[in-house]
Ligand binder design. Structure first.
Ligand code: NAP
Length: 322
């Protein structure tokens, strides 16, 4: 496993990270979840991503159990705040009140003394950025979080947060967590260059387009049993954007041809393609089986020739919606 700096900051994260959305505390049972998390760390993955809202807190509980049996300092543990955790008016968003209360709740569920990276899961148009920056800086000064980041923020929103932090001598956001993969490239034009200029690293999610970029889904054929797309409990974010449209799946099959030529798996090609960018600090993969982790970690350190990157650009003419 190779490691990269988180943007301009000193800490190093594994090129391949492991996430917990829809899987741990959810579709994957606890024993298998704990095995996979342990295995990921054995493979050199040091970056684990979760969120308060995943399985309504249960993902954090499972991740916390896995970390308990490990050296805490060997793990870079990320979680998030923003989405509703209850029905009250203050049970959501990025107010100082909700950030503090959810940070304390996450520390309890994770059963740790501090969070390495605390992320604003979305931008909150109802809360001044000053309030968010001050709350995050105070948590950092209290030792409850080490760094903070954002997720799916636009370039101008990221820039505002960094400017406010600099103006009040507070810790600025160190990372952005956007959706990014061969089929969904919306961050290339503004978010990546702005973040790079301001020192934030990208820690990208759904790098395999939720499994579509593994080549397991074939145009005109039923979704394979046991896959995310076939599971009505967890496929709501795949159905509805055109990730599994025949047009997209036919392109993926052409990409699969390139992977075969290179003698790598389709997943490895998709992950190495993202890691071609130095602005990306880590790709956060999900997994439901240990074999998937074994497959994905092999993308670390893989360098794709320019000619392959150009070929991929020629093939992918239809993007999926974000
Ligand atoms: N910030 C945000 O708003 C946000 C949003 C989404 C995700 N995230 C984070 O990003 C993480 C990853 O997102 P994601 O789960 O959508 O990522 P992904 O890596 O694109 O998709 C993961 C899914 O693809 C399948 N898969 C993975 N590796 C495979 C392989 N080598 N071969 C075959 N199938 C494979 C598995 O599903 P099946 O086995 O079920 O098919 C797995 O659960 C999440 O866990 C979460 O931590 C953040």
């Amino acid at each position: 496993m190779q490691y990269r700096k988180l943007g301009k900051w000193g800490v190093k994260v594994s090129e391949i990270a492991l996430g917990s959305w829809l899987t741990y505390g959810g579709s994957v049972d606890e024993k298998a979840s704990l095995n996979q998390l342990q295995h990921a760390l054995d493979c050199g993955i040091n970056f684990i991503d979760t969120a308060n809202v995943y399985a309504h807190g249960d993902a954090e509980v499972v991740v916390g159990k896995a970390i308990k049996s490990l050296r805490r300092d060997a793990v870079f543990l990320a979680t998030k705040v923003y989405f509703p955790m209850a029905d009250g008016p203050n049970d959501r968003g990025l107010s100082r009140k909700h950030i503090f209360e959810q940070c304390h709740a996450s520390l309890k569920r994770l059963n740790v003394d501090y969070i390495d990276l605390y992320q604003c899961h979305r931008y909150d148009a109802e809360t001044p950025v000053f309030e968010v920056v001050r709350a995050m800086d105070d948590l950092a000064r209290q030792g409850k979080i080490l760094y903070w980041g954002v997720s799916e923020w636009q370039a101008a929103q990221i820039e505002e947060a960094v400017n406010v932090a600099n103006a009040i001598n507070a810790l600025p956001p160190v990372s952005n967590q956007p959706c990014y993969n061969i089929l969904q490239r919306g961050i290339e034009r503004e978010v990546i260059p702005t973040s790079a200029r301001l020192g934030l690293g990208q820690v990208v999610f759904s790098p395999l387009a939720q499994g579509v970029l593994t080549g397991k889904y074939k145009a005109g054929q039923p979704f394979p049993e046991g896959s995310r797309a076939a599971d009505n409990r967890v496929n709501m974010f795949m159905v509805g954007n055109n990730l599994t449209s025949n047009e997209v799946l036919e392109q993926v099959q052409k990409l699969h041809g390139i992977a075969r030529e290179l003698d790598v798996s389709m997943a490895q090609l998709a992950l190495a393609w993202i890691l071609r960018l130095k602005e990306v600090s880590s790709v956060i993969c999900g997994a439901t089986r240990i074999e998937q982790i074994d497959d994905n970690v092999q993308a670390s350190g893989m360098v794709l020739p320019e000619s392959i990157i150009n070929k991929i650009d020629e093939i992918v003419t239809v993007s999926a919606r974000r």
